[in-house]
Design a protein around this ligand. Structure first.
Ligand code: PLP
Length: 463
């Protein structure tokens, strides 16, 4: 009997995270300071605690997960691996579709996989308060959940458009004891500057990051740090528990090979979490197609150049070598708030440059169509971000059908959409529109990085 839900026993939970930096065929390019010179790790100490900076720059392949962190993760981990049997039947595909269900965490997405260790390491370092930004509210609620368990204070700057579109997430943050304000806010200089120029801005993750970093570094007590929900190496590291569990679960049902891996990518963390342990296999000779998926309204990987850019609009972060649309880019108000970020994780970007990953972009209407088909076959209501992965899964399953191949497709079900029904309502009543960035918009947006250092494109040429 083929299994529909594949559970992993708690004793088999991975005890170490996997670090792709150890295996990348061409090493990451170093972050640069404002003077264009590589920064030293201690320059980050006003923003992050030293123990997380150590992880950020580590090239050790395996990093131990602290026991206390695992104890907290047991609330929902190991997450089930599911077989999308009902979608397979509907599509009449010979492909076997599996997905990691990250929607079962208390905040409803993969994000607490890193919020919990980040809060733990900050607490170990004597930090009392964390500041952060949030798009759709998923990260803010995940950090609120984690800081509450750790007894830390938490202040969240939430992108204006989501603050208005997704009021329910604000309530969750409050419920877990955090403070949440709309960004741009009048509480920081970065926010006030933007409001003076563009009072009606929908906001962006870049603006919210600028505000959260400013509040952390200006705290004179020295006990506040900033926490980022995606993009950085240590965040992607914490998410690899997803892919490591998936490997054990696939082995349990006798799957020896995965052909296709898919995840939606905003900053890249849930995609990396599922795929990096398999990227390691690909580096070591396995044949796997790996697709990070983004919206056409924010086409960072498919149309943005690989170059140095700031992570935030106020240019306070170090320069990172990544795919970017320019730090001044304010994406169209698409519903997948978590995918509205101008940059892409340096680790994901370098793997794209190397040819290990093949990015794709989809329009939001196609994504909602896919999400509705998913809800009417599999049953669950996915997050608008997750629908991008599902659109790609459906395409790949139909391709396998055309080719008559029994491919194994694995994707990450990054979160549920129970709090995002407003977007579904618009789609179902025909009010949604597609967004594609025009060449002109792209050109204008890239003006903001014209004078920044260029990142050399380095690859081995093997893929
Ligand atoms: C935040 C979020 C994303 C995008 O962030 P990544 O860092 O790219 O994973 C995707 N799906 C859901 C459900 C999210 O909450």
């Amino acid at each position: 009997m083929e299994e529909t839900k594949i559970y992993l026993s708690e004793k088999d939970i991975p005890k170490q995270w996997y670090n792709l930096a150890a295996d990348l065929p061409t090493p990451l390019q170093p972050p640069l300071g404002p003077d264009g010179k590589p920064i030293s790790p201690n320059m980050l100490e006003a923003v992050f605690p030293a123990n997380l900076i150590e992880q950020e720059v580590s090239t050790k392949r395996w990093i131990d997960i602290p026991k206390e962190v695992i104890e907290i993760l047991y609330r929902w981990r190991p997450s089930p691996l599911r077989r999308a049997r009902y979608l397979e039947q509907y599509l009449k595909t010979p492909a076997r579709i599996y997905y990691k269900d990250e929607s079962l965490s208390p905040p409803g997405s993969h994000k607490p996989n890193t919020a919990v260790p980040q809060a733990w390491y900050n607490k170990q370092f004597g930090i009392k308060k964390l500041t952060t930004e949030t798009g759709a509210g998923q990260w803010g609620s995940a950090l609120a959940f984690a800081t509450n368990l750790m007894g830390l204070e938490c202040k969240v700057f939430m992108v204006r458009i989501s603050f208005d579109q997704k009021p329910l997430r604000k309530i969750m943050m409050k419920l877990w004891g955090a403070t949440c304000v709309a960004s741009p806010s009048s509480e920081t200089k970065a926010g006030r500057d933007i409001l003076a120029k563009t009072p009606d801005t929908p906001g962006s993750l870049g603006i919210a990051i600028a505000e959260a970093v400013e509040e952390a570094v200006l705290d004179k007590s020295g006990k506040t740090r900033y926490s980022l929900g995606s993009v950085l190496n240590h965040v992607l590291l914490h998410q690899t528990i997803i892919g490591l569990e998936a490997k054990k679960q696939l082995a349990k049902v006798g799957e020896k090979k995965v052909d296709v891996i898919i995840g939606c990518a905003g900053g890249g963390s849930n995609f990396a979490g599922l795929s990096f342990p398999f990227v390691c296999d690909k580096i070591h000779g396995k044949k796997i197609e790996i697709y990070p998926v983004e919206p056409t309204g924010c086409p960072t990987m498919t149309r943005g150049p690989f170059t140095y850019d700031f992570g935030d609009v106020a240019c306070q972060t170090p320069l990172l070598a990544m795919h970017t649309l320019g730090h001044g880019f304010v994406p169209a108000p698409i519903h997948a708030g978590g995918l509205r970020y101008h940059g892409m994780a340096p680790l994901v970007s370098q793997a794209i440059v190397e040819g290990l990953l093949t990015p794709r972009a989809y329009n939001q209407i196609k994504c909602y169509e896919s999400a509705v088909l998913w809800a009417r076959t599999e049953g669950s209501v996915c997050a608008p971000e997750t629908s991008h992965a599902i659109a790609c899964v459906i395409e790949e399953a139909l391709k396998a059908k055309k080719e008559g191949k029994k491919k194994v497709i694995l994707f990450n079900y990054s979160g549920h959409g129970i709090m995002d029904l407003g977007g579904y309502d618009k789609y179902l009543s025909g009010q949604l529109q597609d967004y594609s960035m025009s060449e002109q918009e792209l050109k204008e947006s890239l003006e903001s990085i014209k004078n920044l250092p260029k990142a050399p494109v380095k690859k081995t040429g093997k893929w």
